[in-house]
Design a protein around this ligand. Structure first.
Ligand SMILES: C[S@@+](CC[C@H](N)C(=O)[O-])C[C@H]1O[C@@H](n2cnc3c(N)ncnc32)[C@H](O)[C@@H]1O
Length: 831
């Protein structure tokens, strides 16, 4: 322009930058933009053109946006749209969400497409709940919901285990004439992947097949996956055969993967290998298989505990087929090694990942750490924790848990290593992920899925805003406070330090730790363990030190007033209210003596230390050993105990009951015996743990065993055995759940003297019911509070009916009339 004597205007500059951007000449575009800033009065359109030109680089886009604001220009809706789109393309959901909220604050209403895009990005980044929160925007801003938003919301519901909502959304899509197509249908089928929802999944599958308008192999794949989750392997095979016979479509690599997954989830790994062989035959014909197909085969090998095969598939067959193993397939192989206690193999695979430039994630390390612990190489496990830090990864709760448990249980002592671990855990605090093991193969995969929308559940939390971080300091108390009576000598432990060599590494020598000082951590709502950390904070603020009664009141108040009645609408899983009265009254009947280890109380499931504190108050001076598998819960429980001045009475041990029960006696030098037990772990474990206590001779004759939550979610196998086995005087008490308008049962049992073992195998339906209770529990503690009161009431009724068929019914009813009326109301509503 200058050459022909024309002065550039802001419009012409903007047009030029835009044109260069469209031609993907972003560097030139930015150069012209920079020059223009000196020649014309820049406006929003000019900045937007520059942003659009380099929208593949979100960082640059955000810098341009900041520059625009700094030069006094207000970004318009288009600039926000470009910036949000750029962040979404780079999977920066947090930045995208912030921009969306900022636009709204400036009274700019982003359109449906932009909101859908942010939802999709968040769903892709596993931010299901947040994604569903955005759903409200459609209603609030009266935006027309498009198919992408619908599909995204269905995916988010599926991942958050909100299968009913997923189905509701699919129906709405039909109602709004947004032909859902194969993807949302298959996602909704995948959402119904529990035993109890299997029938719904089948119904969905059938109607999709009948209508045929949206039928696709991915719907078959989803249905096979649902079968696998429900243990219905025969149905999965049948579906695969139908798919093979269908002339309009053919099994894909995902179909073989889904079939293999269904087989291994149903424990039919041999059939899984048959499916793998079939896949290879199809490959020889022309089937294109990606890494997922082989990963599914490695999973089968893992389930079959055939680690050499897993390694062979990974290191030989995959390269032969020119398929590069990914993190997922390596993780499965590491897990296979772990299951066979091959710690060297697990560590070598971890090293291989590094050599092949395959990203190692928390699960890769968790598998190798568990393998080390299983192979009695706990110090190597600690070294791996260091290595994890050097990979910028924080360990998962499970890895910390097993390592802490090892430290505590080793009779040689390892207090220094333990305090180092505890400090690391407390520093990470709410950042520790609560579950490490994720499903490995999901059909349909996110690649298969696109996106789509409608009104999300009313229970979904409200608008996401950045929340104020709160200062909080838990004390990482070591199990040294547990070992007053335990003989052990201190040995050099381990300090998380710099990268330790992987194999045959000597432990670094430890500098002596300073005094244990509580590190500063932040509690942010929505983070894992935020609820529990806030509880501890509340206790420390509200209850004076050394006053256990005030501590219990503060915990109940937190659970009732703040969580249930407050904005959060969350439930605290403690045995509070009338459950405390029943528990303490029952255990007082056991053979317990103050200060005598031979007459102690055992608790399985300490959580935050509420029930153990209640029991200590009811039985002053009686020793209580409490087991807690989750290391964050353990730290909180120990802090509560310490705050209450009960460290001399209650020992909180880290670990899973299956590992700790056989070791606890040795840990106390053989002096321990229990006169009362409170089982408050997962109901499906009660029976096994009970048998273990008996076989380890941990129970006194006359010992009282109390088990909580035996109706909701339930413990059918335990109830069957205890009521029918004849070794216990058994009662089932019906009462109100703590801070929840629903019925639960507690089981109270007194061990008879010399009663013969007379156990009979529970009927098959109770085994099935036990799986369903696990699934319900999973849903209840999972994201999105996905079990409504009505669903609980319906489920409890089903449990009662099926138990009654085996003569298991309640014996004592402590519920007031008003509670029963309320139940009737709920069950009427759910019909
Ligand atoms: C319902 S909460 C316990 C509540 C506690 N008893 C109270 O009333 O204050 C269950 C706790 O058991 C723990 N847990 C689950 N299974 C376990 C197991 N097998 N061994 C030890 N702890 C377990 C969980 O991590 C959780 O903290």
């Amino acid at each position: 322009m200058k050459e022909v004597g024309l002065q550039p205007s802001v419009y012409s500059s903007s047009a030029l930058v835009q044109a260069l951007g469209r031609a993907r000449q972003w560097q030139r575009a930015l150069q012209i933009f920079e020059d223009s800033l000196e020649q014309v009065d820049a406006d929003c359109a000019l900045y937007s053109s520059a942003m659009k030109a380099c929208d593949m680089d979100y960082d640059r886009v955000l810098t341009l946006m900041d520059d625009m604001v700094a030069s006094g220009i207000k970004p318009d809706l288009q600039s926000y749209g470009i910036a949000i789109g750029s962040c979404c393309s780079s999977q920066q959901w947090q930045e995208a969400l912030d921009l969306l909220l900022r636009a709204e604050e400036e009274d700019l209403e982003p359109n449906a497409k932009t909101v859908s895009l942010v939802m999709k990005t968040m769903t892709g980044q596993e931010q299901w709940e947040r994604s569903l929160q955005l759903w409200h925007r459609f209603g609030e801003a009266e935006l027309k919901v498009d198919a992408m938003a619908f599909t995204t919301a269905i995916q988010a519901c599926a991942h958050a285990k909100l299968w009913r909502h997923a189905l509701g959304l699919l129906e709405d899509m039909h109602r709004e004439d947004l032909n859902p197509g194969a993807i949302p249908t298959s996602v909704a089928i995948s959402a119904c992947n529990g035993v109890s929802e299997w029938e719904v999944a089948v119904e969905l599958f059938r109607s999709a097949r009948e209508s045929r308008e949206a039928m696709d192999s991915i719907i078959y794949n989803a249905a096979m996956q649902s079968c696998g989750e429900g243990g219905l392997w025969k149905e999965a095979i049948r579906l695969f055969q139908h798919l093979e016979a269908d002339l309009t479509m053919a099994p894909t690599a995902q179909s073989y993967g889904a079939l293999m997954t269904a087989m291994h989830k149903s424990g039919k790994w041999q059939k899984g290998f048959v499916a793998f062989t079939a896949m290879k035959e199809a490959m020889a014909r022309s089937l294109k298989v990606d890494v997922l197909g082989f990963s599914a085969a490695v999973n089968v090998a893992e389930a079959a505990k055939k680690w050499p095969l897993a390694v062979h598939l990974l290191m030989q067959e995959m390269p032969e087929h020119k398929i590069a193993p990914d993190t997922l397939s390596f993780n499965s192989a590491i897990s296979a090694a772990e299951r066979s206690r091959k710690w060297r193999v697990a560590i070598a695979l971890l090293q291989e990942m590094k050599d092949l430039d395959v990203a190692r994630d928390v699960e890769s390390y968790a598998g190798a750490i568990l393998a080390c612990v299983a192979g009695k190489q706990w110090s190597r496990g600690l070294n791996l924790l260091d290595l994890m830090a050097s990979d910028d990864l924080g360990a998962d709760a499970q890895s910390y848990g097993v390592l802490l448990s090892e430290c505590e249980q080793r009779s040689t002592g390892s207090e220094l290593a333990e305090s180092a671990l505890l400090t690391a855990l407390a520093e990470r605090g709410a950042g520790v992920s609560s579950s490490s093991r994720q499903p490995r193969y999901a059909a349909p995969s996110s690649d298969e899925a696109a996106s789509g929308t409608k009104a999300p559940p009313s229970t979904a939390p409200t608008a996401p805003r950045r929340r104020e971080a709160e200062d909080f300091k838990p004390m990482p108390c070591t199990s040294a406070m547990n070992v007053r009576r335990v003989k052990g000598r201190a040995v050099p432990g381990h300090t998380p330090g710099r990268l330790a060599p992987l194999v045959d590494a000597p432990l670094p020598t430890m500098p002596a730790p300073g005094p244990l000082r509580a590190p500063k951590i932040f509690v942010r709502a929505g983070q894992p363990y935020a609820k529990e950390l806030r509880l501890l904070q509340h206790v420390m603020q509200k209850a004076p030190q050394g006053d256990p009664a005030a501590i219990c009141e503060a915990i109940e108040n937190f659970g009732d007033e703040i969580l249930v009645r407050g904005k959060a609408r969350l439930w605290l899983k403690i045995a509070g209210g009338i459950k405390t009265d029943v528990l303490t009254a029952a255990i007082k009947g056991g053979p317990l003596t103050s200060g005598d280890l031979q007459c102690s109380v055992l608790e399985i499931g300490a959580y935050c230390g509420y029930s153990s504190t209640r029991m200590a108050l009811a039985l002053p001076g009686v020793h209580i050993a409490s087991m807690e598998v989750d290391p964050v819960h353990m730290i909180i429980a120990r802090n509560v105990v310490l705050h209450g001045g009960l460290a001399g009475t209650i020992d909180v041990w880290t670990g899973h009951s299956k590992d700790l029960l056989p070791r606890i006696l040795k840990r106390y030098g053989g002096e321990l015996k229990f006169g009362a037990v409170f089982m408050d772990q997962k109901g499906s474990r009660y029976q096994e743990d009970m048998l273990k206590m008996e076989s380890e001779n941990l129970l006194h004759p006359g010992a009282v065993v109390v088990a909580d939550n035996v109706l909701k979610p339930g413990a059918p196998l335990f109830l069957y055995q205890i009521m029918n086995g004849g070794r216990y005087n058994a009662q089932i008490v019906s009462l109100d759940e703590f801070a929840m308008p629903s019925e639960d049962w507690m089981s109270i049992n007194v061990k008879k003297l010399n009663a013969p073992q007379n156990d009979t195998e529970p009927p098959e339906d109770l085994h099935q019911l036990s799986k369903e209770t696990d699934r319900m529990r999973e849903r209840a503690v999972g994201p999105g509070r996905s079990v409504t009161y009505e669903e609980w009431a319906e489920f409890a009724q089903d449990v009662k009916t099926r138990l009654a068929r085996t003569n298991v019914t309640l014996t004592v009813d402590l519920r007031p009339e008003s509670s029963r009326d309320r139940d009737d109301l709920f069950s009427a509503k759910s019909k």
